[in-house]
Design a protein around this ligand. Structure first.
Ligand code: HEM
Length: 152
């Protein structure tokens, strides 16, 4: 017998699965910008040649990031209306989403031709975005194991 929708663990609901897929795709296209897929031979596997195309991954990352920002913004709007209590992990995950959005936007800003940021700031934002991506993945994994969502 299939479980009723409300009884499904958050990550097993269709929306939860789509959010996970979006975040994994962001992690993949982000990691591809370092760029490591050609160096570590992923791009040599059959059908994976496109992973060596830095500009394609960069464009994909920004397109997915736009969806991520709209989705996170809508979730924030819904939360401001409903004010549901966050789970402990949910609070940390929401903070990671906000910080990823801010550092990601700062990275996109830095790439604009007329914008100049001090080298130290660029490096700090770069490392922060990467560290946050890793932390967000670890928090997501912990939530998946525990079966908890963002809200109680
Ligand atoms: C789940 C969310 C996200 C994940 C897991 C993620 C992951 C990554 C990773 C691993 C990198 C490469 C490491 C680095 O250079 O720091 C990267 C780079 C980047 N990300 Fe994200 N990211 C996310 C969201 C965003 C958002 C919301 C934006 C906003 C526009 C963004 C914009 C960028 C930019 C501009 C770069 C670097 C491009 C360059 O080097 O020129 N990311 N991301």
């Amino acid at each position: 017998m299939t479980e009723p929708r409300a009884a499904l663990r958050p990550a097993r609901r269709p929306r939860g699965r789509l959010w996970i897929a979006l975040c994994l795709a962001l992690g993949f296209t982000g990691a591809g910008q370092m760029p490591i897929f050609k160096r570590y031979y992923l791009a040599d596997l059959p059908g994976m040649g496109w992973t060596a195309d830095y500009l394609l991954l960069h464009t994909l990352h920004l397109a997915l990031a736009t969806v991520f920002l709209v989705w996170a913004g809508a979730a924030l709007g819904a939360w401001l209306v409903r004010r549901e209590a966050l789970t402990a992990l949910g609070g940390w995950r929401a903070a990671a989403v906000a910080a990823l959005a801010l550092t990601g936007l700062a990275r996109a800003l830095k790439n604009l031709p007329d914008v100049w940021l001090a080298p130290g700031v660029v490096m700090a934002v770069d490392w922060a975005h990467l560290a946050l991506a890793l932390a967000f993945g670890a928090l997501g994994l912990a939530a998946l194991v525990r079966g908890t969502g963002y809200v109680r």
